[in-house]
Ligand binder design. Structure first.
Ligand code: PMV
Length: 351
């Protein structure tokens, strides 16, 4: 945090600069469908990634007329600035100073742009952390716990799943009886003592099957759940899935974990196919990879499995243990060929 006083004609501009970093996350039980004010229709749980991050520097020129300028990897992004302006107006009730100045926001992702990795999660997570850093210079320091909670609350209002990115490990967003302290308003870490060691060191290799703009944004996708005849059943199932998930995380039952995580991913895409209008975000490569994973598991019994978010790319999940070298060899030999330009982003979830 730096604060400078720049003399300008007869008055002084207070420039505050903060820099924050936030990782992306990948959901195991998916959030798909929401109510007003970014209230999720069901609880979700995700792993926070360790390498895929957004680094953001926010310069705040206090007392200038409100405006936002954004740069992504050095290039000005007008559309993103408009989105952030709208977001700041929306959260003024929680940060009363927020519209009293000009912002220059520079942001960089450590992963390829449009790779299908949730840059809105890491992006809004980093912005929310910057806002909290500014807030604390104006209104006083909070405890770390309060500060993270408020950042998670603010991030949620930018992009729902972003609220889970504020914490490392396995993170829950959405109220469920199965997780004490869980809330629709912010995310909470899943208690570490309730997690078997095997789930504390996992790989997530993201196969970049299709880079570029998605045909249907997640905002539109969430909206289509409002008229999806299967929506209520889906929300109910996601809520119920917390019961086996809790048992699995405690016991380390990999077989049941794989079954549940893949079921969640396929259900998410099934919901898209059953929307009106229907849409499909998976590509041929997505299906080819899924079939190869299933064949590989049948033949070797090794714990390689997948999840998907709202896109064509496949998140390959496998534990960091004795089996990982054989799994990595298989991925390189058999799965990379289904990506565009041999694209894979290798991340881990370690805590
Ligand atoms: O946070 P949003 O609005 O981009 O929605 C994300 C939805 C999924 O990634 C598909 C699932 C999830 O829980 O992250």
């Amino acid at each position: 945090m730096t604060t400078q006083f720049i003399g300008k004609e007869n008055f002084t501009i207070h420039t505050h600069t903060v820099s924050e970093s936030c990782p992306s996350n990948i959901a195991l039980i998916k959030y798909w469908g929401k109510y007003d004010n970014q209230i999720p229709a069901n609880p979700s749980i995700s792993y926070t990634l360790n390498h895929c991050k957004t680094n953001t520097t926010m310069e705040f020129l206090a007392d200038e007329p409100f405006s936002v300028q954004t740069f992504l990897s050095g290039n000005e992004e007008v559309k993103f600035a408009e989105k952030i302006e709208k977001y700041f107006k929306n959260i003024e009730q929680y940060l009363p100073w927020i519209l009293k100045g000009k912002y220059i926001i520079r942001t960089e992702n450590t992963f390829p742009h449009s790779s299908g990795i949730a840059s809105s999660a890491s992006g809004f997570g980093a912005i929310a952390k910057c806002l909290m850093a500014l807030d604390e210079t104006f209104t006083g320091k909070n405890s770390e716990e309060e500060s993270l909670r408020k950042a998670s609350f603010l991030a949620r209002l930018g992009s729902g799943s972003a609220c889970r990115s504020l914490y490392n490990g396995l993170i829950v967003w959405g109220e469920t009886e199965e997780v004490q302290g869980s809330s629709d308003l912010f995310a909470v870490p899943y208690p570490e003592t309730e997690i078997h060691e095997v789930f504390k060191n996992f790989n997530d290799w993201v196969l970049l099957i299709h880079e570029g703009q998605k045909s249907v944004s997640s905002t539109v996708g969430h909206g289509l759940m409002n008229t999806n005849p299967y929506a209520e059943r889906r929300f109910q199932e996601a809520r119920e899935n917390f019961i086996p998930m809790k048992e699995i995380l405690k016991s380390g039952d990999m077989e049941r974990f794989i079954k549940l995580v893949e079921h969640e991913a396929l259900t998410l895409h099934a919901m898209m196919m059953m929307s009106d209008p229907a849409f499909i975000l998976m590509k041929t490569g997505t299906l080819e990879v899924i079939n190869k994973i299933w064949d590989f598991r049948r033949e070797t019994g090794l714990p390689l499995f997948f999840t998907l978010d709202a896109g064509a790319n496949v998140h390959l999940l496998f534990p960091s243990d004795a089996s990982e070298e054989q799994i990595k060899t298989f991925i390189e030999a058999e799965l990379l060929q289904h990506t565009q330009k041999n694209g894979v982003v290798k991340d881990v979830m370690k805590f």
